[in-house]
Design a protein. Structure first.
Length: 186
């Protein structure tokens, strides 16, 4: 039986792993970097604020990657309780939500823009920074976010089955998304 050289067999998996690592990095980058004001401005980094949204770019392996992010925090210590990020990767729009650890994974996360229909999204995985929900929003869903005032995110806490709903402001979303799209085009 003839087999492919080892390097050819690994290539698709390597690309998949690289993409997963990048998405994981997107999900925790806000935790590691803190607020927009603490994000270092270097020739390879960019931070721009559009009301409640921050557009960030960083260079990774000679490739500039950009995303937009909003994080909700609580308490004096600024503990992050929810983070939403939108990235354009290879012309694909990816939305990542990072919820706290201790959520009931089987229930998923429900999202709703203003009074529009609610959608339930499944968790992808949990990492030390929290649990990740990843989805590919449609053009219509992006347009809904651009027109909206808030996106409600609801999840269930595993410890006591309590439902927790948090609202992400969409103020500045449209401008941030327009800028993100322009940066992705080069």
């Amino acid at each position: 039986m003839t087999s492919l050289p080892q390097s050819r067999r690994r290539r698709p998996l390597t690309a998949l792993v690289r993409r997963a690592v990048w998405l994981g990095a997107l999900a925790v980058v806000g935790v590691l970097t803190g607020s927009a004001s603490s994000w270092a401005q270097t020739p390879d980094a960019l931070t721009e604020v559009y009301r409640d949204w921050t557009v960030r770019c960083a260079k990774q392996n000679d490739t500039r990657r950009c995303w937009m992010v909003q994080a909700l925090s609580r308490g004096e210590a600024g503990e992050r309780i929810l983070q939403m990020e939108i990235a354009l990767l290879d012309d694909d729009v990816t939305m990542v939500l990072l919820t706290p650890l201790g959520v009931l994974l089987s229930e998923g996360t429900a999202v709703k823009v203003d009074e529009n229909a609610e959608r339930t999204l499944s968790y992808r995985m949990c990492v030390p920074a929290g649990c990740i929900v990843e989805t590919k929003p449609s053009t219509a869903e992006i347009a809904e976010l651009q027109r909206g005032g808030k996106m409600s995110v609801r999840f269930v806490l595993a410890q006591n089955n309590a439902k927790l709903q948090l609202d992400i402001s969409l103020a500045g979303f449209s401008a941030a998304y327009t800028r993100l799209t322009a940066l992705a085009k080069g």
